[in-house]
Design a protein around this ligand. Structure first.
Ligand SMILES: [Zn+2]
Length: 202
């Protein structure tokens, strides 16, 4: 489930649609949580789908460490990648705002945490764009992403969290332990499956 202060807007012909904030979302706010209504597709089921359906699933899903594809039932599936993302997946089953997101600003994601199988070109067109997304990006940038997430988590308890009460969220208890003790941080590396082969690694 996406943060309630969001809307779907057309970006351009190349990118298609994106998710935009309708009011300010401060750093540390949960922007997305994997709730119990998300559509989960196992790799076995995915392999049995018709090519046309597989294509749509690939476009709108993210993949867990266990290779399950998740498609959001709401507009969360339209979130686009940015190499300077303002929202990022944490190790606790939710995404968090890495910095203050202004009203009208697009909410963007780091696709490097979605267990992509193939390298593909990126079209962020902004300074610092990596140009290509590689399946092993987490090995290169994981530490930096963890740093950004830890800073955002510092604000978790001081900002409004409309998604905190969403049912079906599995990570709540262990997050509470981390926030109260500072121990047990869950690295973004826990989101990513170990690479089984080296064919698609940079
Ligand atoms: Zn980029």
């Amino acid at each position: 489930m996406i943060h309630p202060a969001t809307e779907l807007k057309f970006v351009n012909e190349v990118i298609g649609y994106g998710v935009f904030a309708t009011s300010r979302i401060p750093r540390g706010t949960m922007t997305y949580v994997k709730d119990e209504l998300e559509i989960c597709i196992s790799s076995a089921r995915f392999d049995q789908l018709k090519p046309s359906l597989r294509e749509q699933v690939e476009k709108y899903s993210y993949k867990t460490r266990q290779q399950t594809r998740i498609i959001s039932w709401d507009i969360a599936k339209y979130m686009n990648h940015s190499c300077h993302a303002n929202s990022m997946s944490s190790g606790w089953g939710f995404e968090i705002a890495l910095r203050d997101i202004s009203a009208g600003e697009e909410i963007t994601d780091e696709y490097g945490l979605f267990n992509m199988e193939y390298a593909f070109p990126l079209s962020c067109n902004e300074p610092g764009c990596r140009g290509m997304l590689y399946p092993d990006d987490v090995l290169v940038y994981g530490e930096l992403w963890d740093e950004q997430l830890r800073l955002a988590l510092d604000d978790f308890l001081t900002v409004e969290q409309p998604l905190l009460g969403v049912s079906g969220w599995e990570g709540k208890k262990i997050l509470e332990f981390y926030l109260s003790s500072g121990e047990g941080y869950r690295s973004v590396r826990s989101l990513c499956a170990p690479r089984r082969d080296t064919a698609c690694i940079r």
